[in-house]
Design a binder for this molecule. Structure first.
Ligand SMILES: [Zn+2]
Length: 105
C-alpha cells in the first residue's frame, strides 16, 4: 500500500516556489487520477503535474460507468431515507391517534 500512496504523499514544490496540493481528477479521461496543482494565492501559477501514472484504457472505460451507477444508487438511497422518515412520522401519528382513541372511547 505504501508504494502506491507514497508518491502522492511526497511534498511536491511548484516551479514558482509555492507548495502544491494533491487533488483527484474526476474527468472522463482521468477518473480517480491524482494530480498536483500550485497553491499560490489566487488561481495559482498554472502548474499541474500528475501524481499517478497514466490511466489504462480499460479503467478509463470502466470507472465512469461505475461512478454514474454509484451516484444513481446514492440518489435512490437518499429518496428512500426521505420516504422512511415520512413513514416513521405517519406511524407515530397513528400510534398517537390510537392512544387518544383508547383514552376517550
Ligand atoms: Zn506555482
Amino acid at each position: 500500500m505504501s508504494s502506491s500512496s507514497s508518491m502522492a504523499d511526497q511534498l511536491v514544490m511548484c516551479s514558482c516556489g509555492s507548495s502544491t496540493s494533491c487533488t483527484t481528477s474526476w474527468t472522463r479521461r482521468n477518473p480517480g487520477r491524482r494530480f498536483y496543482c500550485c497553491k499560490k494565492k489566487g488561481r495559482g501559477c498554472g502548474f499541474v503535474a500528475w501524481a499517478d501514472p497514466p490511466m489504462c484504457p480499460r479503467s478509463m472505460e470502466v470507472i465512469p460507468g461505475l461512478l454514474s451507477r454509484c451516484n444513481k444508487y446514492e440518489e435512490i438511497a437518499k429518496s428512500r431515507a426521505k420516504e422512511n422518515l415520512k413513514l416513521k412520522v405517519l406511524l407515530g401519528c397513528s400510534w398517537f391517534l390510537f392512544v387518544v382513541y383508547l383514552l376517550f372511547k
